[in-house]
Write a protein that binds this ligand. Sequence first.
Ligand SMILES: [Zn+2]
Length: 315
Amino acid sequence: MRCIERYKSGLPGKYRVEIPIGNYDETIKCIIIKGEMDGPWILVDAGVHSAEYNGIKAVMELSQSLDHHMVHGGIILIPLINENGFQHRAGSNVFADGKNLNRVFPGKEFGSLADVMAYTISTQIFPYVDYVVDIHSGDAYEQLTPFAFVLGGCNQQVNDGSTMLSQWIDVKYLAKSMLTSGGLYNSAGALGIPSILIERGGMNDWNDAWVNQDKADVINILQGLHILDGEALTYDHILFEQVEYVRAPKSGLWLTNVSAGQTIVKDQLLGTITDPYGDPLSKIIAKNDGVILYQTHSLNAIEKGALIAYGIHHE
Ligand SMILES: [Zn+2]
């Protein structure tokens, strides 16, 4: 019997469970809360990207404060999926293979550590949950304005379920994602699980305000789903059906003219990439009106690397 199944069918309680990652000498550390009462099961995870710290701390704190006596159904909490990257301060990649874990889902049974890590989540956790909440922030070099990704490329019921989860998240913007693999939450969606990805914080930083906002969003979702008692608050959002993801055309010094959360207009100069002499190598111009969701905020742009992403306002 798979590990999670045993806890799901067992006695109510709060359990620490380490799931081995294939034959690697690594595990995924989970906290499984089986409630006293019946209800849905949810996965709440962070640390897919190991330099996105506030989510990691938020899920760790939730695992300490939540208790099976208050839970209908069950909660699987994973504070830090990519512990390998975290231990080596490897930015957001898995240290052992340099891969971005959020690009390899649903993973492979036999492969490098990131592949098998994704496969372990896909096969040993996803089959036992009804919902997924995946908490991220900007990467170590990224500044962002809080928003959430909702599913748009899965079947209608799953897309609608993702939108339902989004109503309980206290952010101004939503961005629709049409992907059905690569990312943890996209891959869960492809398997029929309504999922959402919360983005808050960035730049290698964390603070109590961000941690508390992440925790409040999760508690609110749990109340919305009646996994916890209490009245959930609902929020209005601006939804971006389309996001422009700009990759750096050249490596160089990134001199940005904008900030995350800023409204931009078509043809606006968003920033310039220069060489170390200060001579311009490339100018980044907005193709549409929109809002900056996140951007590289360190000085270095890396050719073909993520540089800036903005939600597009259509007329
Ligand atoms: Zn991330």
